[in-house]
Write a protein that binds this ligand. Structure first.
Ligand code: HPA
Ligand code: ZN
Length: 315
């Protein structure tokens, strides 16, 4: 299996139907009717919000340190089998706080799995839910500071349209002052203007998705010249109707433009595939040869926050 880095995965989006049902039973939580549909039928979504509705509806099954540990452990085992050597994993603590789960429970469970992972070098990236607004994000960052050593950066996720990056200027400035890495979802639902803002206002070091940057040639030039990483999730984009079909995905055009793109899985339990599945899908659809796949894998390491020495070792 080709060695690669997974830089765009939401740990909550790795909650497979089997584990979902087990955790619901273990905690005596009643699942929403749609929650277990994936056991028999592939989840179907009309757009980002229809997915997020189910994603959040399933999260109340996560209650204890053991639950968070089991979730992350299962992901890391699966990732290792996909050739993942390095994983920079998003998590959404605001969603768990809203479900009454204390922050220390979330950190303890996820960190334990990360620390015991021998196969995959893993780090956590704390994401702010953009639809909860800037003040909630600032409170979240403050509350997370006692756990500063357990996460390497901050990100911005959840409903994108109507919540531009510029709203989060102050919280990203504070995160930078704490020495945290900064990434942001932009250019999935939102247009190229959101990618500009993520770069110029938030100081984002990496753009998650960013596929709509292709609508703006000046932005494409900047992304290329500055080698700004874009973490692209092809199966997610198809599942959420961000692109009409895999054949219509801009990945080949992005490679053609010389952008630093890499391929990732986003919410693999919901979108039908882990890192290896996403690689296989684009290989099949676009007839990528070994050199093109090797470039995508190398780009994933070049886009990660590990040391140069580790990156070279994994490649
Ligand atoms: N997009 C935006 N926010 C998210 C996603 C996603 O795919 N998954 C979890 N939060
Ligand atoms: Zn995402």
């Amino acid at each position: 299996m080709l060695p690669k880095a997974e830089l765009h995965v939401h740990i909550e989006g790795t909650l497979e139907p089997g584990l979902l049902v087990r955790l619901a039973a273990r905690n005596g939580v009643t699942l929403p009717a749609a929650g277990t549909r994936g056991r028999t039928d592939r989840y179907r979504f009309t757009g980002l919000q229809s997915f997020l509705d189910l994603y959040y509806a399933n999260l109340p099954v996560l209650r204890t340190e053991e639950d968070f540990h089991d979730l992350a452990r299962a992901y890391l085992v699966r990732a290792a089998s996909a050739g993942v050597r390095r994983a920079e994993i998003f998590f959404d603590p605001q969603a768990h706080l809203a479900n009454g789960v204390p922050l220390e429970v979330v950190f303890a469970g996820l960190s334990a799995a990360v620390e015991e992972s021998a196969e995959v070098s893993a780090e956590l990236i704390l994401c702010f839910l953009r639809d909860l607004g800037a003040q909630a994000a600032e409170e979240m960052l403050r509350a997370a500071m006692p756990f500063r050593e357990r996460f390497t950066g901050v990100g911005l996720d959840s409903a994108e349209a109507g919540f531009p990056p510029s709203l989060f200027r102050e919280v990203f400035r504070r995160a930078a002052a704490e020495g945290l890495h900064r990434v942001a979802h932009a250019g999935e639902e939102g247009g190229p203007d959101y990618v500009w803002e993520a770069l110029d206002v938030l100081g984002a070091e990496r753009i998650d998705h960013g596929i709509r940057a292709m609508e703006d040639p000046v932005l494409v030039g900047r992304l290329r010249d500055e080698r700004i990483p874009l973490t692209v999730c092809p199966l997610s984009n198809v599942a959420l109707n961000v692109v009409p079909s895999l054949a219509a995905h801009p990945l080949p055009a992005m490679l053609e433009e010389g952008l630093l793109v890499s391929v990732h899985s986003d919410d693999p339990a919901y979108f039908g595939g882990y890192a290896d599945d996403n690689f296989a899908a684009v290989q099949r659809e676009f007839g990528l040869d070994e050199d093109a796949l090797a470039l995508l894998a190398r780009n994933s390491f070049d886009s990660c926050f590990a040391s140069e020495k580790d990156r070279e070792r994994w490649k």
